[in-house]
Design a protein around this ligand. Structure first.
Ligand code: NAP
Ligand code: F7E
Length: 347
């Protein structure tokens, strides 16, 4: 009997928040990992530098390749060279607000990028390669009733980011139905971590309030305080991605915590953990938070952080994943905030 072959995974978007947690998880599971990094003028491997030799771009089980999912030839060549067991497509222009400014670019990367990977699997006739699509709760968009959303809830996206994710979702379903490719969608609700990009609201709040506490910043400026989100921890959600591809058949899965919080609640919870006593005053765009001790305004609002169309409410019902994948979130919102604060304080 020969030695059991190690599984090979190819991760598009390995330099992002989720890519880094997924890479850590798969290395622990003894995978050989290939990651695709796009060329940038300054370093973009901060989140994965601890996993490989950044000079030679590799270690024994971890290899980085230059590539870009806007480039169909490079995408096809990488997939052909590696012929992975599993492909995780986490690459995207992932910022909703930014998608209003760069819609065509967002669609090229977030929608057509997914198509390019699926088409490569088809052209190369990789019958055994499984495909994971990073789908998003932003696909739901405008929700009628404020109830938990599941795999059967219809989509009504509110941004080109959301529209692009709906395209990529349906592309995965289509390649599954038309060509028998094992293509699954993880419909992930918001998930955060110390590695979250600085312009997403949770990181912006934690970073801002920690800096205010340290006396390094005077004020934090936000947009809509009343949007409701279901925030989980990216580390838990990386586990779900892997489980989705280990399931016996390709399918679509909601991954969430089924808990809701407004942006304002997230601010209040973070301020409390930092022992910053705040009081909210004013209405609409004039709403502000005052530091009770110093009497200074430490949070105000600016309309530049509002979106032409907002997604007011997102909360996910992950019963299907709980039952069939035996997945559930482990890290609570409070622990998530503590984890984010801890990392920020050490900076
Ligand atoms: P992220 O931190 O923004 O990471 C996105 C990754 O995509 C980065 O590695 C980025 O590279 C890469 N990328 C961007 N354009 C690319 C291109 N043209 N070619 C190749 N790679 C490219 O996002 P994340 O939070 O980890 O999310 C991972 C995926 O899940 C994304 O598809 C996102 O849309 C989706 N999603 C996220 C959430 C969430 O709450 N985090 C929820 C649902 C779905 P650089 O490092 O060079 O920028
Ligand atoms: O906004 C409000 C904002 O940018 C959350 C991405 O990972 O999750 C993420 O998209 C809420 C929105 O995330 C500010 O209007 C208020 O209602 O952190 P965010 P998002 O748009 O929910 C989904 C699931 C993804 O798939 C995406 O890739 O917070 N908000 N004030 C603000 N948002 C930002 N960014 N900045 C503010 O100042």
């Amino acid at each position: 009997m020969g030695k059991k072959m190690k599984k090979v995974a190819l991760i598009f978007g390995i330099t992002g928040q989720d890519g880094s947690y997924l890479a850590e998880l798969l290395l622990k599971k003894k995978y050989i990992i290939h990651g695709v990094k796009r060329r940038s003028s300054s370093a973009n491997t901060d989140r994965i530098d601890h996993l490989f030799d950044s000079v030679n771009f590799s270690n024994k089980n971890f290899f980085i390749h230059y590539g870009d999912i806007s480039d169909g030839t490079s995408t096809l060549n990488i997939i052909n060279k590696i012929k992975p067991d599993e492909i995780y497509n986490l690459a995207a222009q992932s910022h909703v607000r930014v998608s209003f400014d760069v819609p065509e670019y967002t669609a090229d990367i977030t929608a057509l990028g997914a198509l390019r990977i699926l088409e490569s699997i088809k052209i190369l006739n990789l019958r055994k390669t499984k495909y994971y699509q990073a789908s998003s709760s932003e696909m739901y968009g405008l929700v009628g009733k404020r109830k938990s959303l599941n795999e059967k809830t219809p989509f009504h996206p509110r941004s080109v980011y959301g529209v692009s994710k709906v395209f990529a979702y349906h592309a995965a379903v289509h390649y599954r139905e038309a060509y028998g490719i094992f293509a699954s969608n993880g419909i992930l609700f918001n998930h955060e971590s110390p590695r979250r990009g600085p312009t997403f609201v949770t990181k912006k709040i934690v970073q801002g309030l920690v800096r205010i506490k340290k006396g390094l910043q005077k004020k934090l400026t936000l947009g809509n305080l009343y949007a409701i989100r279901d925030w989980g921890h990216a580390k838990d959600y990386a586990v779900s991605m892997w489980k989705i591809l280990q399931h016996k058949k390709a399918d679509d899965w909601v991954i969430a915590t089924n808990k809701e919080n407004t942006v304002k609640n997230f601010v209040n919870l973070t301020a409390k953990k930092l022992s910053l006593r705040i009081k909210w005053v004013g209405k609409g765009l004039n709403e502000k938070a005052i530091n009770i001790e110093t009497k200074k305004v430490i949070i105000d609002l600016d309309k530049k952080f509002l979106r032409p169309t907002e997604v007011d409410f997102l909360k996910g019902d992950f019963s299907k994943a709980r039952k069939k994948l035996k997945w559930k979130p482990v890290i609570t919102t409070n622990e998530l905030i503590e984890d984010m604060i801890e990392e920020e304080i050490l900076k």
